[in-house]
Design a protein around this ligand. Sequence first.
Ligand code: ATP
Length: 360
Amino acid sequence: MTSSSERIEIQGLSRSFSGRAVVSDVSLQVAAGQVMCLLGPSGCGKSTTLRMIAGVETPDQGRILIDGQPVFDAGVNLPPEARGVGLMFQDFALFPHLTVAGNVAFGLVGDKATKLRRVEELLEKVGLSGFGSKHPHELSGGEQQRVALIRALAPKPRVMLMDEPFSGLDNRLRDGIRDATLEVLKAEGAAVLLVTHEPEEAMRMADEIALMRGGQIVQRGAPYNIYNAPVDRAAAAFFSDINVIRGRSTGALTETPFGAFLTPGHLDGGEVDIVIRPQHLKIDFDRAGRGPNPTVSEGSPARGIVQRARYLGHASLVEFRMEFDGSILTASVPGVFLPKPDTVLWLMIRRDRCYVFPAA
Ligand SMILES: Nc1ncnc2c1ncn2[C@@H]1O[C@H](COP(=O)(O)OP(=O)(O)OP(=O)(O)O)[C@@H](O)[C@H]1O
């Protein structure tokens, strides 16, 4: 069933190229006013999914509904222009013979003054006031991209499909343009499906993230949930560097140099990966060969030898070779902390921030 607030609904969408499944049984819904990010590594099938919704790629199987109306199923296949969606793809192209204002006004209806107002309003939002009479060839790549963006937004589409729309912009511009775009889309109440391979972009833009891998959606949820409750080791690793401590679960317990972990639900005798992000390791000083006392929340400390330390601006990253097995663990510490190589320090891990998965 399609509830009335769902603007985009896809059901069991699949597509193969030369016998290779690129999108397999993908289903998702995007409601009015919602920004959904389709996030995943290069080649996982994000763009193909978006292109099928846009109508520029034909699915092998599945259904696509826009505003509750089928635009693709066994008996229907509407062309892109009949689907009522706004498109912003990587390979945008402006009309070279039209001015910037002409480009932005292209899909607009209404009297000239209304169109002009809308064009001016949008140009201002993306920092291009006064550019209306220029032609595309007079603009930088980033400026052209911003024009393409507002051209897609101008007719206030009820559904907006965006494929890496900010990828060509330099970092300084990107955050501002993202925020302006989000503001426009939210103000219009559009349903947005945005494809990106950048976790940070998805975290910043999305109300909900659909994490894709190998042609399938492996996890869906609000950014907070996806980041803090990853479904598997690869999902955790997609959002940040991770540390992995391998152990063997016996009787629902896994012994590690950081103490025993409760690992219920894992195969008895099976290997498990205890995964922790660098910011959830704690560093303490060596006190003549002794470390801090064990605690309930952090277990036992383990000794590590500093390999190298780097300052990243907001934090410092310290790499340790662990005494217990020679493995490398990385800790991130807010601010400046740059111990010399070969310094002996103690590491503890925040147990509430560990994830346990079957060994990869
Ligand atoms: N028309 C096509 N013919 C053959 N193979 C294709 C075609 N379109 C896409 N593919 C292949 O399907 C796979 C998924 O492509 P897709 O563009 O959907 O990935 P993606 O997740 O969007 O990646 P990226 O972020 O690199 O764009 C890739 O291996 C790609 O080479």
